[in-house]
Design a protein around this ligand. Structure first.
Ligand code: HEC
Length: 193
């Protein structure tokens, strides 16, 4: 009873709206132990989150498609199932970003990750965007009717884009260079002139 009271007092002494102190901090890394994959295998963690994202992209294809079609939505069952899977996958997303994977290198053409350091400076925002996206997917899975489905699809895609806009390296299309035009394709392909 005494402990319960102490715990209650502790909870009530945190002012409403104030975040609980975050422990551990990003600088206080856990001691190496089996299971801390972020410590021992950060590149594998980066690969895994890339694969998870690609999996969600594949599941989004039929969901995106209905927004550019007119007429009745025919595959609602498939859309619901895909949205449900995406919601589950999104619940794992923020757990695949330990601070040891903050390895973006702006000088590299092919950095190990395109996740920006801003994630770890604003982790709460990142975490909440993942949660909001998961909710949008869950809502899509429960939506019926052509118009509501199209609206839910746009909302879900918007929730992916919202996070990417803040936390992903901007896409820079490759520049063509003068040397590209002078490139001798025939010679490279071994064709006789
Ligand atoms: C909370 C933030 C967040 C949300 C929500 C999110 N993503 Fe991502 N996404 C990222 C980050 C960060 C990366 C870069 C990962 C890296 O390079 O390490 C990424 C990368 C990707 C990639 C490129 C993967 C690769 O490496 O080839 C695709 C495709 C993608 N996301 C699709 C999606 C789709 C589809 C959704 C919505 C269903 C989604 N994402 C939702 C943060 C998010």
């Amino acid at each position: 009873m005494k402990n319960l009271l102490a715990a209650t007092v502790l909870v009530w002494s945190v002012p409403a709206g104030m975040a609980m102190p975050a422990t551990p901090t990003a600088t206080a890394a856990p001691a190496a132990a089996p299971g801390w994959t972020g410590l021992g295998r950060p590149k594998d963690v980066i690969t895994a989150r890339g694969k998870l994202m690609e999996g969600m992209e594949a599941l989004m294809e039929p969901i995106d498609t209905i927004t550019i079609q007119t007429g009745p939505v025919k595959n609602a069952d498939l859309l619901h199932r895909n949205a449900e899977l995406i919601a589950d996958m999104l619940s794992a997303v923020p757990h695949l970003f330990p601070p040891t994977t903050n390895l973006y290198d702006p000088k590299s053409q092919t950095p190990p990750t395109i996740a920006l350091p801003a994630i770890w400076q604003n982790f709460e925002v990142f975490y909440q965007l993942a949660g909001a996206a998961s909710v949008a997917a869950r809502q899509m899975a429960a939506t019926t009717g052509d118009k509501p489905l199209r609206a839910a699809s746009l909302k879900l895609r918007g929730s992916c884009d919202a996070c990417h806009a803040l936390f992903l390296r901007k896409y820079v299309p490759p520049k063509t260079q003068a040397s590209d035009e002078q490139f001798d394709f025939d010679k490279a392909l071994g064709n006789k002139k």
